[in-house]
Design a binder for this molecule. Structure first.
Ligand SMILES: [Zn+2]
Ligand SMILES: [Zn+2]
Length: 338
């Protein structure tokens, strides 16, 4: 077997990924080697690609919504065996002993390593991952449909948890994450209001199709007050807009890893116990919970597939917006689609 594998490599932020043959990774202690079947494309990948995030490992293989089949495990690994189909998300490793890790907040671990940022990710034929951070993929989800669950789904689910018991839920930026969160929210008996870029009629129609009772532009006020809003677009100007749309006691949850500056706003729109908070990635508990819940809903993912070699095109498609659903790279041509 060849010692090389195909990968799309980021050599420097702001330059296109390069299709390359690179050495196959070797699993270290506690790690598994996965043959990647499909890998989702996330807005975070675009932020790393653009240099919006400060310290990526370079050269780097992007990608943190990985669906793969275990090819080999290191001797210490007992929970996973060759042939298992597993998923790998952004949270690649945590220290397990810091103040955050020891209080159920491993998502905030200061020594955390992130997949496709601190360590190589899934825009490649093979990837190594820490076995403890691999998730079982629910049976019944084809590879392509499973990939977006691993970030859009998991982080979206954590954002939804932070929205508390909110009945009237606004989703700003109706793309990969929102289309999954909307389904879970409706399943939980909430009412969904969708906000898209102005004039994105197709996006608004897509949201209504999924069960949103109202869809409009992010600059519009919804027909009634919201109890919570989740922002899945990296635009800081949405924060005051969402604050104006939520009722007293409501919360605005920012689900993006990077956002443009939030413009100043009058205290009056925060007053009466409205809150703004961010959500930083996920804990493994979020992951296990969401992946158990997804088939119950059942969450259906709408995906648009690109071959691995077209990763640059996929990233530019995401940048251009108007993606109704999630983007996925097909790494193994035999990967299942639904
Ligand atoms: Zn830690
Ligand atoms: Zn992501």
């Amino acid at each position: 077997m060849s010692e090389l594998m195909r990968a799309m490599v980021l050599e420097e932020a702001g330059t296109p990924l390069r299709a390359a043959e690179v050495p196959r990774p070797e699993p270290g202690p506690g790690q598994v080697l996965l043959r990647v079947r499909a890998c989702g494309v996330c807005r975070t990948d675009l932020h790393v690609f653009d240099g919006d995030l400060p310290r990526p490992k370079l050269p780097l293989v992007l990608g943190h919504q990985i669906v793969g089949v275990v090819e080999r495990v290191s001797p210490e690994v007992e929970e996973i065996a060759p042939g298992d189909r597993v998923g790998v998300s952004w949270l690649g490793w945590t220290c397990g002993s810091c103040r955050y890790c020891s209080t159920g907040r491993e998502n905030l671990c200061e020594r955390a390593r992130f997949t496709g940022y601190d360590v190589d990710g899934g825009y490649a034929e093979l990837v190594v991952a820490d076995a403890r951070y691999c998730f079982p993929i629910p049976p019944g989800y084809p590879d392509l449909q499973a990939a977006p669950l691993l970030c859009a789904g998991l982080v979206g689910y954590r954002c939804l948890r932070m929205a508390g018991e909110a009945e009237r839920l606004g989703l700003y930026g109706f793309g990969g994450a929102a289309h999954l969160v909307a389904q879970v929210a409706l399943f939980q008996g909430r009412r969904v209001f969708a906000f898209t870029r102005e004039g994105d009629e197709e996006g608004q129609a897509f949201a209504r199709e999924l069960g949103a009772e109202w869809a409009g532009a992010s600059t519009d006020l919804p027909p009634e007050e919201l109890d919570a809003a989740i922002l899945f677009a990296p635009a800081g100007e949405l924060v005051p807009l969402a604050l104006r749309a939520v009722a007293a006691g409501g919360i605005v949850v920012c689900g993006e890893i990077h956002m443009s500056d939030i413009p100043s706003f009058p205290y009056e729109i925060l007053w009466r116990e409205r809150a703004v908070r961010s959500v930083a990635n996920l804990t493994r508990q979020d992951g296990f919970e969401f992946l158990r819940l997804a088939p119950e809903v059942p969450v259906r993912t709408k995906v648009r597939a690109f071959p691995l070699e077209q990763a640059n095109e996929a990233l530019e498609t995401l940048r251009a917006g108007k993606v109704h659903g999630a983007l996925v790279l097909v790494v193994d041509e035999t990967a299942g689609a639904g």
